[in-house]
Write a protein that binds this ligand. Structure first.
Ligand code: C5P
Length: 223
């Protein structure tokens, strides 16, 4: 039984990887499965929230009662988030967004020429979470939660990343093997320090996370 701690709240979530095109049939992506973000969306809905899930390419079914918007690239994800953000109480960025995109994707499939291999140039993608966290208009100023996957020194890096992104709550994943796995161990970083949520399946952790967010947002001005 999940108490409806988020009844009447609107929650926007990003999940999955992004896909950055090289040409019409090739691209650059990462190993994010989307499982954690989808579990967070399911847990938020169970808690009574109206949930919008903006998802990169995944093989997962849409959680019951969740409105899902599919995107591919980081820029499309940014546009979809911008279009949906007004009136949201909470924004949870779980997506593994590509830091860079290919600068000049080819309109046609790149062919082997027998000459040198092609060279890819990159340019930086927008930081969706930092962009939303920096908004100051009331209608578009949700409680922002970020995720961080670090392979070392998570406690020090997590606290620093929370500050750098300008967000009240950052969720750190412990270890290298979280992408695609069903289990996870997470650390919550807030203004008071950090709390470890011991290893559990992603849905259990997602439910705990939603409960933690609800406690913290009771003090948030939009609530
Ligand atoms: O800086 P880093 O990529 O480690 O930050 C991870 C957090 O920032 C995640 O919450 C992720 O969803 C979000 N992020 C984003 N847009 C980016 C990069 C990361 O929203 N371009």
């Amino acid at each position: 039984f999940q108490p409806k701690v988020m009844a009447g709240k609107r929650i926007l979530i990003t999940a999955g990887p992004t896909f950055e095109a090289i040409d019409p049939v090739r691209g650059i992506t990462n190993l994010s499965s989307g499982k954690m973000g989808y579990a967070v969306a399911r847990a938020a809905r169970e808690a009574g929230a109206e949930v919008t899930l903006i998802s990169g390419p995944t093989a997962l079914a849409t959680p019951f009662g969740v409105q899902r918007i599919d995107v591919q690239s980081a820029r499309q994800m940014m546009e979809a988030v911008n279009a949906a953000i007004d009136g949201q109480h909470v924004f949870i960025a779980v997506a593994a967004v590509a830091d860079w995109r290919v600068k000049n994707p080819s309109a046609q499939k790149v062919k082997k020429t027998g000459d040198a291999a092609p060279t890819l140039e990159f340019e930086e993608n927008p930081d969706i979470l930092a962009t939303i966290a920096a908004r100051t208009t009331l209608a578009g100023h949700p409680y922002c939660v970020g995720f961080a996957a670090e392979s070392e020194n998570l406690v020090a890096f997590g606290a620093a990343k929370r500050e750098r992104k300008g967000i009240p709550l950052l969720v750190g994943n412990i270890g290298h093997h979280t992408f695609g796995a069903d289990d996870n161990t997470i650390i919550l970083f807030d203004e008071h320090g950090h709390t470890i949520l011991p290893r559990a399946d992603k849905l259990t952790l997602a439910r705990q996370l939603i409960s933690e967010i609800s406690k913290r947002t009771n003090k948030h001005s939009l609530f």
